[in-house]
Write a protein that binds this ligand. Sequence first.
Ligand SMILES: Cc1cc2nc3c(=O)[nH]c(=O)nc-3n(C[C@H](O)[C@H](O)[C@H](O)COP(=O)(O)O)c2cc1C
Length: 270
Amino acid sequence: MKVTDLIRKRRSVRSFDGKPVSDHDAERIMEFARKVENPYDLAIEWELLDAKRDGLSSPVITGTNTWIAGKMLQVPHREEAFGYTFEKIVLYAVSLGIGTTWIAGTMDRGAFERTMNVREGEVMPCVSPLGYPASKMSFRETMMRKGVKADSRLPFEKLFFDGLFDRPFNEETAGKLKDILEAVRLGPSAVNRQPWRIVIKDNKAHFYKKAGKGMGGANWDVQKIDIGIAMCHFEMAAAECGIRVSFMLDDPKLMNEDGLSYIASFSFEA
Ligand SMILES: Cc1cc2nc3c(=O)[nH]c(=O)nc-3n(C[C@H](O)[C@H](O)[C@H](O)COP(=O)(O)O)c2cc1C
């Protein structure tokens, strides 16, 4: 399946059909997870967890006991690396017909961290259930989706810019980058805030984070995870469009409004 189709197909699945994940599917996901690399070359340890065996729970998930979680050292760029890597795993799961939901908040974090043996100096930013989607969403899931307007995204003009932050792109002016930027636009983000902003300048895509109110805290920044997801979508969609990109940290020091911080860049072929 094409990456851009997987991105379009993915949604948070919170209601599962009760069937255990087959050993075959679980093994394929773990094998894939252990191989995924990230642009920061940071190591992430992935584990498959069983809610019954390990005493795990989340108030928003029904119909599966299988979970995946990752932990890593608390080093710079951990969140972007985590977001990028976990989203590759999520899209792989979608390709197998397996549902996921990124979960940073609505779970018994203490129980997950104990099971993952998260030590001083380590972080376990997010977890996800794995399972086969139920044919009907639970009432709670339907309400949650409404609450965060999960089916809508900000328009191009609010997210993507041509050289300067006061020159927005729209779908027509984005040219050959249209499908790639659309793949970024459709990404999942915490509370559906979509904090990614991208300026295209001199064949580079510079990723910025727009800080959201009430999104700080803990020893990691959930919105940097969202940017990691955006970077994953950008790179995978570019590859599909035959555009080679290369990752760099190269802050162009653009004038920008308050609340925007530079995260990373990709250069691409003209
Ligand atoms: C980093 C991150 C953290 C999230 N944390 C939670 C969470 O704690 N609980 C939850 O139900 N959904 C969580 N979500 C899912 C988002 O609410 C969801 O992706 C967004 O509303 C868009 O909906 P969609 O994934 O169906 O496209 C999280 C998503 C991301 C990317």
